[in-house]
Design a binder for this molecule. Sequence first.
Ligand SMILES: CC(C)(COP(=O)(O)OP(=O)(O)OC[C@H]1O[C@@H](n2cnc3c(N)ncnc32)[C@H](O)[C@@H]1OP(=O)(O)O)[C@@H](O)C(=O)NCCC(=O)NCCS
Length: 155
Amino acid sequence: MDVTIEEYDGSHRDLAWSFREAEDSEQLLNSYIDLGRLWVARSPDGEIVGHLQAVVRDAQVWEVTNTAVAESARGRGAGRALLERAVEEARSAGATRVILATATADVGNLRFYQRCGFRMTHVVQDAFAPFRGYPPGIEVDGIPMLDQIWFERVL
Ligand SMILES: CC(C)(COP(=O)(O)OP(=O)(O)OC[C@H]1O[C@@H](n2cnc3c(N)ncnc32)[C@H](O)[C@@H]1OP(=O)(O)O)[C@@H](O)C(=O)NCCC(=O)NCCS
């Protein structure tokens, strides 16, 4: 799909439906949804089919805090286009690393980020525990969603 990536200058909460595709904790989502910058992927007819939020952590490091593509538009390059845009923006702002985290249970995401040039750095056990607002018992393809894995792309 030919998507156009553009910065979104409205309220991030307009796109809460898309953030929720990548965040199961309403408590956490509420704590970070307004931060940073937001880009959207639009299909040729102008519909928003994905988003990416990035937050500057320090002069060197940008973090992709949430990204998702609508289910009907997945597997056609929109996710990669959003990530590449974030990487370009980070590089032109003088950052040297883009970091992000996902669930170790989501094996598809592990492939996605590595296909997009990211490398694994470390695992945080129990990052998706109920005390952080995650419903108990979430599984991805039979794997309990408990641990978080961090990735980086050196620019
Ligand atoms: C993860 C996500 C953003 C990927 O977006 P996408 O538009 O489908 O990804 P792309 O089409 O750009 O894929 C780029 C590459 O990653 C691969 N890939 C993407 N999702 C994959 C999956 N679930 N399993 C295996 N490979 C996958 C593609 O096959 C492609 O590989 P290729 O270069 O070998 O062809 C999308 O699946 C999604 O929104 N998932 C739900 C929300 C989520 O998990 N967000 C991330 C949370 S950290």
